[in-house]
Design a protein around this ligand. Structure first.
Ligand SMILES: [Zn+2]
Length: 425
């Protein structure tokens, strides 16, 4: 790391005054021109008008002209152990790539994520790479490699027979490694949730449905009772449950079972979104991944008229917003390139959110979803010094997120390799 200090060592006790053009605090108001942020060690000390902010003696002054300072962004749905499917198909990544190869790639993925301004990521399943996310998180926390603060789930939990890789000859079908952990029944669910906790899971990830219908269509998988026992066991330990659900019935069961978040929610109905609003369930809509895969296939480019499935997704997002469901940012990145996370916010804006609403989804709402509002997701005294300077004003033009000028995580400035901007830490 630059300046002879690694992320594992405590940040300098000396203070830094960061002076951008304006500060956007992650809450729902507009940015404040002429504001600055004082940081001591790993924490934010003060935020306010630059000319009136109490500056600790000996504070270094860091001028960031032309930028808007925002809270470190939060990626609510990543797969750090996957790489784009136009490089290697999902099935070949699961079946043919050794875990060490996948981890070596993931080292690059977490660095690219941080360089893109995402200082926290909830990683929702290693897809055949076991508990590698736990070790990756340790490497970041120990300052061995740069990356976002990770919240990990280890293996996703899927109903026996529902997931993949699938479609193998009868003799082999029971011996094909799966991209997730298969479970059948209440006893096994209890054991597997506890086992994942033992291995380092921060959250539990379940699939309430998958493409295992008669014609390969998405259909519910776990029973309501199976989902309930998973949530009960996870909740007993103070952990939340994220549930993949695209069907209305899968979503309904997940919400009734007590899921904290619904991932995707493609076929949500007004009734299901009303239930989510009532129960305080968050929606992580993952609008970025499908258009990204269509772009990989060369059949669609952003800005083209939307194909039917994308129009349906846009309508679903509008329905969730109308119902008042809390929407947290999460892109499902991995099938498309890590570091391209801003794509989710751009598409949320394409689909009708204001840039500021999309940014709230990736800051204060995502922090609330993680129950980490007292630490991250906003710029306020006492919060972790997770700060990102964006060239321009992302509250007016969301694509400004493509121009990250500065990234600080817990008071440590990270070098931005791609941008060649170095570090002033
Ligand atoms: Zn995913």
């Amino acid at each position: 790391m630059a300046a002879g200090r690694t992320a594992a060592e405590p940040a300098d006790a000396t203070a830094t005054l960061i002076v951008p053009d304006q500060v956007w605090d992650g809450l729902d108001g507009p940015p404040h021109a002429g504001w600055a942020v004082a940081v001591t060690g790993s924490r934010i000390d003060a935020v306010g008008p630059a000319d009136r902010l109490p500056v600790p003696p000996g504070a270094a002054r860091l001028e960031l002209p032309g930028t808007t300072l925002i809270p470190g962004l939060i990626e609510g749905h990543s797969h750090m152990l996957l790489h784009p499917y136009d490089e290697t198909s999902w099935e070949d990544q699961v079946l043919r790539e050794p875990e060490a190869l996948r981890v070596a790639r993931a080292v690059n993925h977490v660095r690219a994520t941080l360089a893109a301004g995402f200082t926290t990521a909830r990683d929702l399943g290693t897809e055949g790479a076991g508990y590698a996310d736990v070790g990756l998180k340790m490497a970041i926390d120990q300052g061995i490699i740069p990356g976002p603060r990770l919240i990990v789930v280890t293996k996703a939990i899927v109903a026996h027979g529902s997931y993949g890789p699938k479609r193998f000859a009868t003799d082999h079908a029971d011996r094909i490694p799966q991209g997730a952990e298969e479970v059948a029944g209440l006893d096994q669910m209890t054991r597997v949730v506890r086992d994942q906790i033992k291995h380092g899971a921060d959250w539990i990830k379940l699939y309430a449905d998958y493409r295992w219908g008669l014609s390969g269509e998405a259909m519910p998988s776990f029973t309501l009772d199976e989902l309930r026992v998973a949530v009960e066991v996870a909740t007993s330990s103070g952990r939340f449950v994220a549930v993949h659900a695209t069907t209305a019935e899968g979503m309904r069961r997940a919400v009734l079972a007590g899921a904290r978040t619904i991932e995707h929610g493609d076929d949500g109905t007004p009734e299901v979104f009303a239930l989510m609003k009532e129960r305080g369930t968050y929606l992580v809509p993952t609008v970025a991944v499908r258009p990204a895969l269509l772009e990989q296939a060369g059949t669609y480019r952003r800005g083209d008229p939307l194909p039917q499935r994308l129009r349906d997704k846009q309508a679903t997002i509008a329905m969730a917003v109308e119902a008042g469901v809390a929407i947290a940012n999460g892109s499902d990145v991995g099938p498309f390139a890590h570091g391209d996370n801003a794509r989710e916010l751009e598409i949320l804006v394409d689909y009708g959110m204001t840039p500021r609403q999309a940014l709230v989804a990736a800051t204060s709402t995502a922090a609330a979803m993680l129950a980490m509002s007292d630490r991250i997701g906003s710029i306020a005294p006492g919060r972790e010094a997770d700060l990102v300077a964006v060239a321009g004003d992302p509250t007016r033009d969301i694509s400004a997120l493509r121009n990250i000028a500065f990234v600080m995580k817990a008071g440590v400035v990270y070098p931005l390799y791609e941008a060649g901007l170095g570090t002033s830490a």
